[in-house]
Design a protein around this ligand. Structure first.
Ligand SMILES: Cc1cc2nc3c(=O)[nH]c(=O)nc-3n(C[C@H](O)[C@H](O)[C@H](O)COP(=O)(O)OP(=O)(O)OC[C@H]3O[C@@H](n4cnc5c(N)ncnc54)[C@H](O)[C@@H]3O)c2cc1C
Length: 392
């Protein structure tokens, strides 16, 4: 364990959870003069050579933030794939929407990176940041007082913090112990992920198909590889995961209309239950929530972790700009919550709206969504606005 047992040194900020979002909050506070600590039960292990099946499409805004905190340049460039274009198809013939980085005036629509490698890069930044790392460590109690909160770890260590940041994911312990409720709504779907080697070059194009059995995405991976996310009803998801390799490859290639030719499986399929979740508030006395602890969105827009990096960036900015104010001061925390409200609401509305529209059977919803895709493709102004929103 890094850190010292029974250390009750007062911290300005204690971040609970060093997933991608929590680690980025602590990294972004380096050099701010705030005394920071991080508590994490499972510190990352060194990734091997295999390709991680957890893949993220990192938006340009998130990539800029990760560069600012010093994590981006620690990634092996040979394993980072820029997305040059995106092709979205509806469930009627010819219903398509195409975006390109060139038309939109950005260098890349996104960069596809492996979760474990990004996690490792952020952890290295944390180790060099001066933040105290308590890892592996479990939280046992949270007591919020007027001037500070006390976080007690399972080994009895008591950490005094003026602000506790809950970055501990969808089942957030901090959220629960801060007595914040959350509205969770399971979609009854699984996100099935797997990586494949390709017979045909992807040329940096990401594909997405809105199909009667869910939303299938191919994200280009460095080299002739791609990563699939198929958000699909749970029974179909379980069936996909149980398929024999050759049959899975055949099904995924056929569902993707053979866009990248024959596929060969690189990493076994895994499934994640999909839900949407909204915390009643992002703040409570001496507590701020970031990332999935505050909001979980459907992965069809590939924006969950990007939304979390947005929280991290804004929280760090607000804390740095607070002047002499206490970092856990209610007015400071309100500034953070207000600054995030619009982006979170918009992302929630877009993803949930699309899930609803494409999840409905029947002719009218089908005509509407497919006409929407075609129309948007012919209206460059609307299309560019959509892309600008997605690239952050
Ligand atoms: C199938 C699928 C595909 C996705 N694809 C994308 C994509 O392409 N792009 C994108 O932007 N998003 C995507 N997402 C969403 C993304 O995975 C999440 O939004 C993101 O991982 C949230 O990060 P986080 O750091 O907030 O939480 P988590 O990743 O859940 O991290 C939480 C951290 O807290 C720690 N922790 C847990 N409990 C405690 C505790 N009690 N005390 C201390 N620490 C604790 C955990 O060990 C972990 O390190 C996808 C999600 C799914 C399911």
């Amino acid at each position: 364990m890094v850190g010292h047992p029974r250390d009750a040194a007062p911290f300005d900020v204690v971040v609970v959870g060093a997933g991608l979002v929590g680690a980025s909050v602590a990294a972004a506070l380096a050099g701010s003069g705030l005394r920071a600590a991080v508590v994490e039960p499972t510190p990352p292990s060194r990734p091997g050579d295999d390709w991680d099946s957890r893949i993220y499409a990192i938006s340009p805004a998130s990539a800029a933030f990760l560069a600012e905190v010093g994590a981006w340049e620690r990634l092996d460039r040979a394993r980072v794939q820029p997305v040059a274009a995106m092709c979205v198809s509806g469930d009627a013939p010819g219903a398509r929407l195409e975006f390109s980085a060139y038309e939109t005036g950005v260098a890349a629509l996104a960069h596809v990176v492996e979760s474990a490698r990004l996690q490792q890069a952020l952890w290295q930044v944390l180790e060099a940041s001066g933040a105290r790392l308590f890892a592996p460590a479990q939280c046992a109690g949270l007591d919020v007082g007027e001037r500070a909160a006390t976080l007690t770890l399972a080994d009895g260590t008591a950490l005094s913090a003026r602000l506790v940041v809950g970055a501990d994911g969808a089942q957030s312990w901090v959220r629960r112990n801060a007595r914040l409720t959350a509205r969770a709504q399971p979609y009854g779907q699984l996100g099935v992920v797997a990586n494949f080697a390709l017979a045909q070059a992807h040329r940096g194009v990401a594909y997405q198909w809105f199909r009667p059995d869910g939303v299938l995405a191919y994200l280009p991976l460095a080299g002739d590889r791609m990563s699939m996310v198929w958000s699909t009803p749970a029974a179909h998801g379980r069936e996909l995961v149980a398929l024999e390799q050759a049959e899975l490859c055949r099904r995924v290639a056929a569902a993707g209309q053979g866009a990248l030719g024959a596929l060969a499986l690189l990493t076994a399929a895994r499934a994640f239950p999909l839900q949407r979740l909204t915390a009643q508030s992002m703040i409570a006395p001496r507590v701020a929530l970031v990332g999935d602890a505050a909001h979980v969105v459907h992965p069809l827009a590939g924006q969950g972790v990007n939304l979390g990096f947005g929280d991290a960036r804004v929280l760090a900015r607000v804390l740095r700009a607070r002047g002499p104010a206490d970092p856990g001061d209610r007015a400071v925390l309100r500034r953070y919550e207000r600054a995030r409200a619009e982006a979170i609401l918009a992302m929630r509305a877009v993803t949930h709206g699309l899930v609803g529209l494409f999840g409905q059977a029947g002719t009218i919803p089908s005509r509407l969504r497919n006409a929407g895709l075609n129309l948007t493709d012919r209206l460059p102004v609307v299309k560019n606005l959509l892309v600008r929103h997605a690239v952050g």
